[in-house]
Design a protein around this ligand. Structure first.
Ligand code: HEC
Ligand code: HEC
Ligand code: HEC
Ligand code: HEC
Ligand code: HEC
Length: 363
């Protein structure tokens, strides 16, 4: 890891040079070294991740991707390079992870409001504003509604393709109905931002911004008797109808998610007359289950075999299935919003296929 060692030394010496860590006091230097090490070991500092190397063949990160996948692209988005704020003006450098200068520049420091894919702007985000820019996803209720409006709910349409909310969509989930990151069914009420408790409400209250990790210790002062975050629960209902209302809220969400996966398959086979399956690791995730064995094998998980028999109802449910899949922290970020989206997706599919809704509960 020669590159890593060199870049760590370079960063520290650069920061010392800038006076950021004071008059070469050994203690401060150590603290800064530890911070830089934590960042290098984090996903944001992961030079080899697909998030920063995906465009290497093209040689630049295109404007519509650069804000979140390249430090210079983010700096351009912020306007910290003297360009207009709120848009990326030019393709940006490859192999440029989210480094110190992404969050430590005057524009990032002043950033307090962030606009989400629905067009809604959220204010007073403080030190977590930058997180909300990149972890907001790329679609919303509005995109799904626009694609499906004026189409018959259960008619297969060649015009429809899967709409992917994108990845790491924690901020979209955390803000809930305020930004409509999930597909919200008309006529339903959805939870807004999950405020949790004042000491653990914003991203950087829980996530150390350099390591990006969450320390469990402080949680346990309130959530006593659990050894694992996933065992935390404050609500009493058996939301997923598995007869267990004592396990963590995480398992309620996972239970409903699995039921939704089954319901999507049942609907696709019966109503779209074309079996569907989900391949967790492969874009665009939903594929034709050509041998109808309920699984997507390696030969099926290929782009030309992407699912193409979408009806509006199926697309909406699949969109929400993916929202839950792409925020594995959804049970902490906004448990009720997550449960509502999954419940409503199941209820919608139940209008056309046999699903036992009586054992399920909606918060
Ligand atoms: C609003 C910010 C944002 C924009 C814009 C954006 N992405 Fe991402 N993307 C992310 C985040 C955040 C992740 C990492 C999520 C994680 O690993 O938790 C990610 C991850 C990825 C990954 C890795 C996927 C994986 O499974 O690990 C690929 C590939 C990707 N994005 C492609 C793109 C492309 C192509 C574009 C432009 C068309 C784009 N992204 C635009 C935020 C964004
Ligand atoms: C994703 C955004 C982000 C990145 C990348 C980032 N920082 Fe920070 N940094 C923050 C935030 C936010 C705070 C303030 C924490 C708070 O207010 O709770 C902070 C605080 C600091 C502090 C004050 C001490 C502390 O631990 O709070 C130092 C020093 C620092 N960062 C240095 C760096 C260095 C060096 C790098 C690159 C290796 C870096 N930061 C990368 C967001 C970031
Ligand atoms: C400029 C865009 C950007 C900013 C700003 C940003 N992130 Fe990220 N974040 C990403 C990308 C891209 C990834 C995925 C990196 C990878 O694949 O290695 C990621 C990964 C993560 C992960 C790990 C996800 C996983 O799959 O393990 C966490 C947690 C996270 N970010 C939290 C934060 C927090 C908290 C902040 C604010 C302090 C923040 N991010 C600011 C783009 C950003
Ligand atoms: C109450 C504390 C808390 C708050 C507030 C919080 N998170 Fe999280 N977050 C967690 C925990 C705990 C996990 C890990 C969940 C797991 O793996 O079971 C997590 C997971 C994540 C992940 C996914 C990591 C992975 O493994 O893929 C991302 C990305 C993320 N958070 C970003 C954010 C952002 C951005 C915000 C602000 C909008 C935020 N978080 C607010 C506690 C929090
Ligand atoms: C000061 C006390 C306190 C601290 C500290 C705290 N929580 Fe909580 N937590 C609560 C309360 C109260 C609720 C119920 C909030 C509500 O539903 O409005 C809750 C709800 C939750 C839930 C949802 C449970 C459910 O059944 O809906 C999760 C998950 C959670 N907390 C995780 C965490 C994590 C992770 C941390 C540490 C990063 C943490 N909490 C720190 C008090 C706390």
């Amino acid at each position: 890891m020669r590159l890593v060692t060199l870049s760590r030394r370079f960063l520290v010496s650069m920061l010392v040079g800038l006076g950021l860590c004071g008059p070469a006091a050994a203690q401060q230097d150590d603290a800064l070294s530890a911070l830089v090490d934590a960042w290098l070991a984090s996903p944001h500092g992961s030079y080899h991740s697909p998030s920063f190397t995906y465009w290497n063949k093209e040689g630049a990160v295109p404007v519509q991707c650069a804000a979140c996948h390249s430090q210079p692209g983010f700096v351009d988005f912020l306007g910290a390079d003297g360009s207009a704020a709120g848009i990326v003006d030019a393709p940006a450098a490859i192999n440029a992870p989210i480094g110190c200068a992404s969050c430590h520049n005057s524009a990032a420091g002043a950033l307090d409001s962030v606009t989400f894919p629905s067009g809604v702007t959220v204010d007073e985000l403080g030190a977590s504003a930058t997180c909300n820019v990149c972890h907001q996803g790329r679609a919303s209720t509005d995109a799904v509604a626009a694609a499906t409006q004026s189409l018959e709910e259960d008619a297969v349409s060649a015009d429809l393709g899967f709409i992917n909310v994108h990845y790491g969509v924690a901020a979209a989930v955390a803000q809930g109905s305020q930004v409509r990151g999930g597909y919200q069914y008309p006529g339903r009420r959805y939870s807004g931002r999950f405020h949790h408790v004042p000491s653990a409400s914003a991203c950087v209250d829980c996530h150390e911004p350099h390591a990006t990790t969450v320390e469990l210790e402080p949680c346990l002062t309130c959530h006593r008797g659990v050894g694992d975050v996933r065992a935390i629960r404050m609500r009493h209902s058996d939301f997923d109808g598995d007869g267990n209302a004592a396990d963590g809220i995480h398992s309620e969400i996972m239970g409903l998610h699995a039921r939704l996966g089954d319901a999507i398959q049942a609907y696709a086979a019966d109503v779209s007359a074309a079996p569907i399956g989900y391949a967790k690791e492969t874009f665009p995730y939903f594929f034709a289950d050509t041998n109808a064995d309920g699984q997507i094998g390696p030969d099926e998980a290929v782009f030309p075999n992407r699912y193409r028999s979408w009806t509006p109802r199926l697309l909406k449910a699949a969109y929400n299935y993916q929202v839950a899949a792409k925020d594995p922290g959804g049970y902490v970020h906004n448990p009720s919003y997550m449960l509502q989206l999954l419940y409503d997706s199941l209820e919608s599919l139940a209008e056309r296929v046999e699903i036992d809704m009586t054992s399920l509960d909606r918060p």
